[in-house]
Design a binder for this molecule. Structure first.
Ligand code: DGI
Ligand code: FE
Ligand code: FE
Length: 188
């Protein structure tokens, strides 16, 4: 599947705004894959499908999480977290992508996880810094990603945790575990 074919498959599942975001994530992730040496084609496909399930009804996502045996603690946290694992599942069933690395990059694109591969990191941080994003702190992360991919991820996670805390929202434990793992590796 090439870029054009993949974009055609994802487009009907997204709003126009989210489609533009997806193209931004894809271009950014591919640039990072080339810079840091991740597989270009796989990174591109993962980025194109990363938000595939973003607009599925909550009830459908909840059911997939239960039926597929995904961690049920997800259901106690923001539904914003659900589209990542559910997306990986649906991309396998509906698009036929079987590559585990691609599916994992989709599955973990929101919280990350403590042992992210290079490709997962490229998709994760591209989602945060693509050109359409304009929240406080994003430029600092854009600059950092040119120097050090892990530092950039640590910064983005710090921002996300602070953002959630300021809004009095709970933080999903995997987000903390990802943050801890990256910060420990920086200090090692
Ligand atoms: O799907 P996108 O908007 O492109 O980006 P995303 O998949 O990173 O989702 C971001 C949303 O998820 C944002 O509303 C904050 C929320 N989120 C991210 N990490 C956590 C979280 N919500 C909770 N409750 N806990 C988290 O750890
Ligand atoms: Fe997302
Ligand atoms: Fe996204």
């Amino acid at each position: 599947m090439n870029r054009t074919e993949a974009l055609k498959l994802v487009e009907p599942h997204l709003t126009e705004h989210r489609y533009v975001h997806t193209v931004g994530v894809t271009d950014t992730a591919v640039e990072l894959a080339e810079k840091y040496g991740a597989d270009r084609q796989k990174t591109e496909i993962a980025a194109i499908f990363h938000d595939y399930a973003k607009f599925r009804p909550k009830d459908e996502m909840r059911q997939v999480i239960i039926d597929q045996g995904f961690p049920e603690d997800l259901l106690e946290y923001s539904p914003e977290l659900w589209h990542a694992p559910v997306g990986a599942y649906l991309v396998r069933c509906e698009i036929g992508i079987e590559d585990e690395e691609i599916l994992n990059a989709i599955k973990y694109h929101t919280s990350g996880h403590p042992e992210m591969t290079l490709m997962e990191k490229c998709v994760f941080i591209a989602d945060y810094i693509e050109p359409g994003r304009s929240f406080p702190g994003v430029d600092e992360v854009r600059e950092m990603v040119q120097q050090d991919l892990n530092q950039a991820i640590a910064l983005s996670l710090r921002n996300t945790v602070q953002f959630l805390m300021k809004k009095n929202q709970p933080v999903y434990p995997a987000t903390f575990l990802t943050y801890n793992s990256i910060v420990k590796s920086l200090n090692a």
